[in-house]
Design a protein around this ligand. Structure first.
Ligand SMILES: *Cc1c(COP(=O)(O)O)cnc(C)c1O
Length: 425
């Protein structure tokens, strides 16, 4: 790939001209600098941009509320009673699950807890959870408090897998070995799909198989993977996965999260879970007090508790429509090339000044590159912002740059590296 690149604006412009997905950029709204120019935006790993069509989708719900009020549950354009069902197909297509395996509900950490209620049921001998380090804090809090809720000390039960001394990413063989060594005491392997800090993409199938070999469940937090890389959750035999919809899925701040539950569990109505009326069989849900016993629907929808926020779900319709039109295979192809271009420019112009922490193999990463700076990464991020670039800083010394194939261009990437080079001592 790298051989077709040159470190020039002409090369970037030529790559943009050949990019079949280039026009999707026009479907998004970019924040503007004080001077009125769009920012170079590389923060889709934190909050994705607004798809313009989301305005109409949200307005439609406001219209239905105004015009129909309670009647919109059944007569709205997308009837609210079944609103979550419209995502089964499109979202399933994006993450590799059948409609029965997909549910849109709550927010991410809530879903992680709800799924651990079903998939972390420790016994006297099988009670450990294995997770990659560094772990996103919310996930860590969720795991530790689940343990304490069961009367288990996280110091004994939580296994955090760290990179080898002197290395920054995990080696597949080390994780597999540790899973086998932990053996019968492992209850749950709970890994990020893509690590939030390093951008490392983990081999789901190998990890899930190893977890299953020792009798454990395999769950993945795909916050940094959903909408970023093709996931094939069912084919990779994940027991469950959760993700948020406001990062690469561009569904807005606090947008309703998603979850995947493998069919072998999703259709098992006897699984222990927390229940609420929205997880009940929809045919009898509105019989209210005439149905005192919870009858879970035989799908991932059974994990829903409450009637959902329509306004927090609506933008996901606009976003998934764009993903469907672009197609994940084409997006992934562009993504590898776009991030490859960023890597090429950094290697050819900035290699003395910073270190790329993210794996160099495209199959072991998504779109993000994590750049370790020699000094004052935070100050640099501020200066970048003043010069028209939005990217994020992570303690202690890392900038995360996420060129997304839906709305970033090769020219964006080139201009970013120009600005970064000018600001580095
Ligand atoms: C973004 C992110 C979260 C955020 O959780 P919310 O419940 O949506 O606030 C949690 N875990 C990971 C791994 C994340 O990347």
């Amino acid at each position: 790939m790298a051989t077709e690149f040159q470190a020039s604006l002409e090369c970037a412009a030529e790559l943009d001209a050949k990019d079949g997905l280039a026009s999707f950029r026009n479907d998004f709204e970019f924040p503007k600098t004080a001077g009125g120019d769009p920012f170079l935006y590389f923060c889709g790993n934190s909050l994705g941009l607004l798809p313009t069509a989301a305005r109409d989708v949200v307005n439609q719900e406001l219209e239905d509320w105004g015009n129909l009020a309670v009647e919109a549950h059944f007569r709205g354009k997308t009837p609210w009673y079944k609103y979550h069902e419209v995502f089964h197909e499109n979202l399933g297509e994006l993450v590799g699950g059948s409609p029965r395996e997909i549910v849109v509900m709550n927010s991410l950490t809530v879903n992680l807890h709800l799924l651990m209620v079903s998939f972390y049921r420790p016994t006297a001998t099988r009670y450990k959870i294995m997770v990659e380090s560094p772990t996103f804090p919310s996930d860590l809090y969720a795991m530790k408090t689940q343990m304490r809720y069961h009367g288990i000390d996280p110091k004994e039960a939580l296994i955090e897998v760290s990179p080898r001394q002197g290395e920054v990413t995990l080696r597949e063989e080390d994780v597999l070995k540790l899973i086998h060594e932990t053996g019968d005491s492992l209850a749950l392997l709970m890994f990020g799909g893509i690590n939030f800090f390093t951008g490392q993409w983990f081999p789901f199938r190998a990890f899930a198989d190893a977890a299953h070999d020792v009798g454990a469940y395999a769950g993945f937090d795909c916050a940094h993977a959903a909408g970023n890389v093709p996931l094939d959750l069912h084919a990779n035999d994940a027991d469950f996965a959760v993700w948020c919809s406001y990062k690469y899925l561009n569904a807005g701040p606090g947008a309703t999260s998603g979850a995947f539950i493998h069919e072998r569990h999703a259709t098992d109505v006897s699984l222990p879970r927390y229940a609420g009326w929205w997880g009940n069989d929809p045919d009898v849900r509105f019989r209210m007090h005439l149905e005192p016993e919870f009858k879970p629907v035989a799908s991932a929808d059974a994990w829903q508790l409450s009637n959902p926020s329509i306004l927090a779900m609506a933008p996901l319709q606009a976003s998934l429509d764009l993903f469907h039109r672009a197609g994940m295979p084409a997006l992934r192809q562009k993504s590898e090339s776009l991030t490859g271009f960023l890597e090429y420019l950094i290697d050819s112009r900035l290699s003395q000044k910073l270190e790329v922490l993210t794996p160099r193999t495209p199959s072991a990463r998504g779109c993000q590159l994590s750049l370790k700076l020699k000094n004052d990464a935070q100050g640099l991020q501020k200066k970048l912002q003043e010069s028209g670039v939005i990217c994020d800083f992570r303690e202690p010394d890392v900038l995360r740059i996420a060129p997304t194939p839906l709305y970033n261009s090769y020219t964006d990437v080139f201009q970013f590296v120009q600005k970064l080079e000018a600001l580095l001592p």
